[in-house]
Design a protein. Sequence first.
Length: 344
Amino acid sequence: MALLQALITFITRSAGKILNAIFGWAVVALFGRTSPKQHMVLTVLIAMAAFWPLLLVGVAAPRVAALVLAFVPIPESIPSWSIRLVWIGLALSVPFVIGTVVAAKAPPSSPPESRLKRLARGFPITLGIAGAFLLMFVTVPVLRIISILRGRKDEHVPLITEADEYELAVEDIDRLIERHGIGAHRSEPSWWLSGPSTVLRKLGGKALRGFAPPRLGYWTGPEIEIALYPSDILIRAVPKQLAYTHGIIAEQFADGPGLMTYNPDAQDLERQIQDVWASWRVNPRAHTDSRALLSRLNDIARDLAALEVRSEEWQIVYRKAVQLGRALRGEPQLLAANLPRGDN
């Protein structure tokens, strides 16, 4: 008994890690990188949706499902209809839970819907997530192997976009690729990349449209692929091109559009930095070495020194502040000053 209790305690404490290990990759494949909190919420939703078809099996064969799925043999004295009611209750509750969470977590850019309609949409959302997960369960491992054989690796650049910021980011990446001579061009995303999000949009309707753009920004070349999610940029490339491309993308979006951190305090500093950039861009020559703008940058630096966030997010805000400082002092950005890259 003590051993069983210890095992249950271990599984309970490790539930988050276990869920992330099994379903976390699906969150990244569907939604890109997200904040740790939202990542866990989406992981739980995908896990619930993935198991939902099994609950439907329980409605059709309640005793068999209880034995196979829950490892619980049901005594013959308990009528099958009562077991079936339990499975029906579980099968109905999962879509309602998913509909409730999606309604609460939907991005501000999601089209408005009544609460009742969003709850009812939990059923097609659950079906959509389950279908997308099944599609990725088959394709992602194969694609990983293909990437390894082709010598490519994945890196992610956080970029949280809302409303029309997504299309602005697409245009910025178009210009960046041309300006830096990256061997890639705008293309229709391959079916394995667009398929899961298409399933979500078709079945989930308005509730999931804030998570999945109508047309995924996608660029491809002989040695590189770039995909723009609403909260993340995926770069898949050979090592010699991966770090450089990551660097120029991070440098490009220092002044927006979109944000690159998830913590509200860090995002507030990002917005302040963007405001200073906006003031400087009105007349860069006249605003170079502007005391007023440099004073605002010093205020941001003092707030940054007191900012308590994860190291990764702190470094992002720090880099953005440094890049703003270079612009205010009339200095070009490091990578932008060395164009085009001749060995691409």
